[in-house]
Design a protein around this ligand. Structure first.
Ligand code: ADP
Ligand code: MG
Length: 488
């Protein structure tokens, strides 16, 4: 018997922690780089030795504003950091410095596209905070090991309103958010390495109800796919629980990817008392209009602006435009190709075909992104020109020339085509002679064609090709043949 899922609506809010790509930590000069031998990116400040004082990283503030502007948030002018007090072995100070109660970015939205259409997911806030260290339970049998390299690394916490309603929407939201943090270059967006982490808050309610149900929070979601999976599993569990007469309790659960289940970590029977208060070691900071304007005017084009440029400026189909704009590196490469076009050339669609076809296949096979592609945009343009001038056909160029260009970065496509004897005959007069010869040799077939057996065109093209020893440009041959067959 199926469950009456239709009675219920799921409500989801996501909290995403994004590790900033600053060189140093939020409050000291220690390296903020990922990895490194354990406990090498540390100083007395990170270790919270007595007498040390924090100093705020200006770049982190800039990055927070960059993402805030990209999401259409309001930017708070007066800011300060608070201490969130709790005890944990990987938290040397005994408190986390955070903007939890006074975020630098307020409101805003992220636009998502799902099967149901396009809509804006409302954000609650984006705030800055420092990361904690890492407790490692599998290094030593008897002890927990602590690595403090990550302690103090700047994070942005991006918090949505309870405004998502399915695993699919959460998937779309995270995909879009990851694209944005990469575009504005504040975070590498790598969920597997933990530089982007997501907690999902999930509740259910009867459709039509406006009050929120009791939520559960699911942690340890290390990929966008797992967030979707965990949400779907959790919605089902909550509905089954309520349908069987149970009550949802507010708790924190963990996702077990191997078993496709969630299990309880702790219940939140009483609220934690974090004793928030403004950090007396850090002065409040005031953002000037000039500081914000400088950041605004230095913003790169966002994915949606690229899509609009490709569709309206270059007349690309929406599918191509979105594929190209999906990754910043791909969009940048495409832009470089377009600016290397010879004067007056309009190969925008052809260039898109090359990037989304053969180039992408090569990247997929070699597991890299666009920055790993060894052919320069200028050489790509030379290849496109060769095909567009009818000197080499597309499939030959793709199979024979591009792979050679990838191996030998210094070779020009024309030289490869000549060396491999791939230049095709596109000269109309030469092609006409062969076409006339073929037609004279096969009068019966020509008659059949004219009576309606149009499939014979393939045979004629093949014959011309034979006469040319494989060099006749098939497209031009086809056009000339049709002209003769239909008129003469
Ligand atoms: P907490 O203090 O427990 O972290 P917040 O109020 O800060 O809770 O909200 C954290 C996240 O949970 C936000 O994304 C918010 O939208 C979401 N959220 C809050 N209440 C609910 C609910 N009842 N159902 C689903 N999501 C919720
Ligand atoms: Mg929370």
């Amino acid at each position: 018997m199926g469950l009456p899922y239709d009675k219920y609506e799921a409500v989801i809010g996501l909290e995403v922690h994004a590790q900033l790509l600053t060189e140093s930590k939020l409050f000291c000069g220690d390296s903020a780089a990922y990895g490194g031998a354990p406990n090498t990116h540390i100083s007395p400040v990170t270790l919270a030795h007595p007498g040390t004082l924090p100093k705020m990283n200006r770049k982190a503030v800039e990055y927070a504003i960059r993402l805030g502007l990209a999401c259409g948030c309001g930017i708070e002018r007066y800011n300060y950091f608070a201490r969130k007090n709790y005890f944990y072995p990987d938290l040397p100070k005994g408190y986390q410095v955070s903007q939890h109660t006074t975020p630098i970015c307020v409101g805003g939205h992220v636009t998502i596209r799902t099967a149901e259409g396009t809509r804006q997911v409302q954000l609650n806030r984006i705030h800055m905070e420092e990361d904690a260290g890492k407790s490692l339970h599998d290094v030593d049998e008897a002890y927990t090991s602590i690595d403090l390299n990550r302690a103090g690394v700047p994070l942005l916490e991006i918090v949505t309103e309870p405004d998502l309603h399915s695993g699919e929407e959460a998937y779309a939201y995270l995909t879009e958010l990851r694209k944005l943090v990469r575009y504005v270059e504040v975070c590498d967006g790598n969920m597997e390495e933990g530089s982007m982490r997501c907690d999902a808050n999930i509740s259910i309610r009867l459709k039509g109800e406006t009050a929120l149900g009791t939520k559960v929070e699911v942690k340890n979601l290390n990929s966008i796919r797992n967030v979707k999976k965990a949400i779907e599993i959790e919605i089902k569990r909550l509905v089954e629980l309520v349908e069987s007469g149970g009550t949802v309790i507010q708790e924190t659960r963990s996702f077990d990817a191997a078993n496709g289940t969630t299990f309880s970590l702790r219940t939140k029977e009483e609220a934690n008392d974090y004793r928030y208060f403004p950090d007396p070691d850090l002065t409040p900071f005031h953002l000037t209009e000039e500081f914000i304007e400088n950041i605004r005017s230095g913003m790169p084009a966002l994915p949606e602006e690229k899509v609009a440029q490709y569709m309206n400026g270059y007349m690309l189909p929406e599918y191509d435009a979105r594929q190209l704009a999906d990754e910043k590196e791909t969009a940048a490469y495409y832009d470089a190709v377009v600016s290397a076009f010879p004067e007056g050339a309009k190969f925008h669609k052809q260039a898109a075909n090359w990037l989304l076809g053969p180039v992408r296949s090569w990247l997929n096979e070699h597991g890299g992104n666009m920055s790993a592609f060894p052919v320069t945009p200028e050489k790509m343009v030379a290849l496109i020109e060769l095909v567009e001038a009818g000197k080499v056909n597309f499939s030959i160029a793709q199979q024979e020339i591009l792979p050679e260009m990838i191996i030998s970065a210094d070779k020009m496509p024309m030289d490869i085509a000549v060396a491999k004897n791939l230049i095709q005959e596109g000269d109309t007069d030469t092609l006409k002679i062969w076409v006339e010869e073929v037609m004279a040799e096969m009068p019966d077939k020509v008659n059949e064609f004219r009576k309606g057996k149009k499939g014979l065109i393939g045979l004629f093209v093949g014959e011309v090709k034979k006469k040319s020893k494989g060099k006749a440009d098939p497209k031009r041959t086809n056009d000339i043949l049709l002209e003769y067959l239909n008129n003469k």
